[in-house]
Design a protein. Structure first.
Length: 278
């Protein structure tokens, strides 16, 4: 069984629609995918219908934004198979509002330097529940100020440490997010710890029994980092997942559906734990 448990669509910061993602999974012989758009569960019903149509198993998922207050850093948590997803709606709405506020401030800063309009950004967000940096870069590319999403201009404007137009605010506390996931009867997996250097946080959460799994199969983690994560996973008996983190046109590195995978054993652990919570 081939499972890619981390894919994005136009509902967040992906460039393809739900049907395109599922159809591509079918073409590449992926048996099961999870559409894990950022802070929105709007894919759930349509993905279920299209998955059945294309013969691709769908694991309901959402990637939730959170904050590690002890280290003042971002962390993403993948929630799988929530039995009571309505309990997450308020959190999703709050996080989308935080992101929109940051993005609008970034757009204002960009418009001071480049003669683009708010409308030139928003036209790329018609299906999206928020506004992402990629949409701003796409407007800049449309008008010839850059040729790529992740080149020199992106680093100048949006580097998290040095970007002259970058804006970030705290998202909800990670402990609150994890408690809410479990109240929604969902399975909580830390997404790509290497991306935000969350390994110490992972250890703390695992020790407290607050996290169910960790995404080790991700392009951001090299072999040594994956080994360190696997040691933690084995020590605390965490579910181990993998996924392409597919964004289509907006990928930061070349990655395709099925490029990173979750084993059948770990997929079944997610289902078993989810059923146990019901």
């Amino acid at each position: 069984m081939i499972c890619d448990l981390h894919c994005h669509t136009k509902l967040s910061d992906g460039s393809l629609g739900i049907e395109d993602v599922i159809a591509q999974a079918k073409k590449t012989n992926v048996d099961c995918i999870s559409i894990t758009d950022h802070d929105t569960m709007a894919s759930f019903s349509r993905a279920d219908v299209l998955g059945e149509r294309y013969g691709v198993k769908i694991l309901r998922g959402v990637e939730l934004s959170a904050w590690d207050k002890a280290r003042n850093s971002k962390v993403h948590i993948l929630c799988y198979a929530p039995k009571k997803p309505d309990r997450l709606e308020g959190l999703c709405l709050k996080s989308c509002e935080i992101r929109k506020a940051c993005s609008k401030e970034m757009i204002d800063k960009v418009m001071e330097k480049f003669p683009i309009t708010l409308e030139s950004v928003l036209k790329h967000t018609t299906s999206c529940k928020s506004i992402f940096k990629q949409h701003i870069m796409r407007a800049l590319i449309d008008y010839g100020y850059a040729l790529e999403f992740y080149g020199d201009l992106d680093r100048e404007l949006f580097n998290p440490k040095t970007g002259i137009c970058y804006v970030e605010r705290e998202y909800p506390d990670v402990n609150f997010v994890l408690d809410l996931i479990h109240s929604a009867k969902g399975v909580a997996v830390m997404a790509h710890p290497a991306q935000y250097d969350n390994i110490e946080l992972l250890k703390e959460l695992a020790e407290k029994g607050k996290i169910d799994g960790v995404e080790i199969g991700h392009y951001s983690a090299d072999e040594s980092y994956r080994k360190a994560l696997m040691e933690i996973a084995e020590k605390y008996d965490l579910i181990v997942t993998g996924g392409s983190d597919f964004h289509g046109l907006y990928n930061s590195v070349p990655t395709h559906i099925g490029s990173e995978l979750t084993t059948k054993e770990n997929y079944e652990r997610i289902i078993k734990l989810s059923n146990k919570m019901a």
